[in-house]
Design a binder for this molecule. Structure first.
Ligand code: CO8
Length: 257
């Protein structure tokens, strides 16, 4: 399949999507959104793929939604076409996604990274929600996901001033899982994704689904959901294999069944 705005590869059990609009610092336009969803559809359908990495360039993960594409839209245009609603599909993928971020992750770029399950940042990464400087506000989940990840005070600071946050502050604040040297970013993200892809597929997907529940429900309901899913794992061969392998002091051979 050919793409104009992204590069799609499979490395073993890892699906890799590289955003590729260098002339616009990987600004997110409608074509890119369609192509990202197409690539993710294929990875979802591919039983061999166990984890997905999304990355950009050294200079930019993505510098936001494409301002040139958006600038002339009217309210009816955006409302009737439900402009950018396709990002909800990106955010609700069932296989784990890691964002590997170097350089700018601004506006929709920061929001795209936050749709992933976690972010590995290069030491060059800069995060921000600068929409306020354009006379608008975040529109791809920034006010919600950033607030959940870094708390109300910092989210307000970021969204109301439009200032950027460096990698260290982002890690300290809980936006980023870990920081690696820029030169190692993609290799580290792929290594992490390989580790995840080597685990039992149902266990990985059920774990993701359960952690995601934490954003949507009360603690009591979330714990009940977790226990039900935990019980369900005893219906898998992988549970038996994982526990047997531990007792026999050998590496497990998960069949993802
Ligand atoms: N959209 C379109 N083009 C862009 C964007 C963008 N977001 N960002 C950069 N570009 C383009 C520039 O226009 C420039 O193109 P050209 O060479 O043709 O003039 C090229 O990329 C290189 O950019 P710069 O020359 O500006 O590079 P610098 O290194 O000087 O600056 C910055 C880098 C600081 C990242 C700067 O480019 C910048 O501030 N970009 C805009 C950042 C921004 O405001 N992002 C938020 C966009 S709005 C948004 O994301 C809303 C999301 C919600 C949508 C929800 C809908 C429902």
């Amino acid at each position: 399949m050919s793409y104009d705005t992204i590069i799609v590869e499979t490395r073993g059990k890892v699906g890799l999507v590289t955003l590729n609009r260098p002339q616009a610092l990987n600004a997110l336009n409608s074509t890119l959104l369609t192509e990202v969803n197409r690539a993710l559809d294929d990875f979802d359908a591919d039983r061999n793929v166990g984890c997905i990495v999304i990355t950009g360039s050294e200079k930019a993960f993505a510098a936001g939604a494409d301002i040139k594409e958006m600038s002339e839209l009217s309210y009816p245009d955006t409302y009737v076409d439900d402009f950018f609603a396709g990002w909800d599909r990106v955010a609700s993928r069932r296989k784990p996604m890691i964002a590997a971020v170097a350089g700018f992750a601004l506006g929709g770029g920061c929001e795209f990274a936050m749709m992933c399950d976690f972010i590995i940042a290069a030491d060059t990464a800069k995060f921000g929600q600068p929409e306020i400087k354009l006379g608008v506000m975040p529109g791809m989940g920034g006010t919600q996901r950033l607030t959940r990840l870094i708390g109300r005070a910092k989210a307000m600071d970021m969204c109301l001033t439009g200032r950027m946050m460096g990698a260290e502050e982002a890690e300290r604040s809980g936006l980023v899982a870990r920081i690696v040297p820029a030169a190692d970013l993609v290799a580290e993200a792929i290594k992490t994704a390989e580790t995840i892809a080597s685990m039992s597929r149902p266990a990985v997907m059920m774990t993701k689904e359960s952690v995601d529940r934490a954003d949507e429900t009360s603690l009591a309901e979330g714990v009940r959901f977790e226990r039900r899913v935990f019980h369900a794992m005893f219906g898998t061969d992988d549970q038996r294999e994982g526990m047997k392998a531990f007792i026999e002091k050998r590496a497990p051979q998960f069949k993802s069944s």
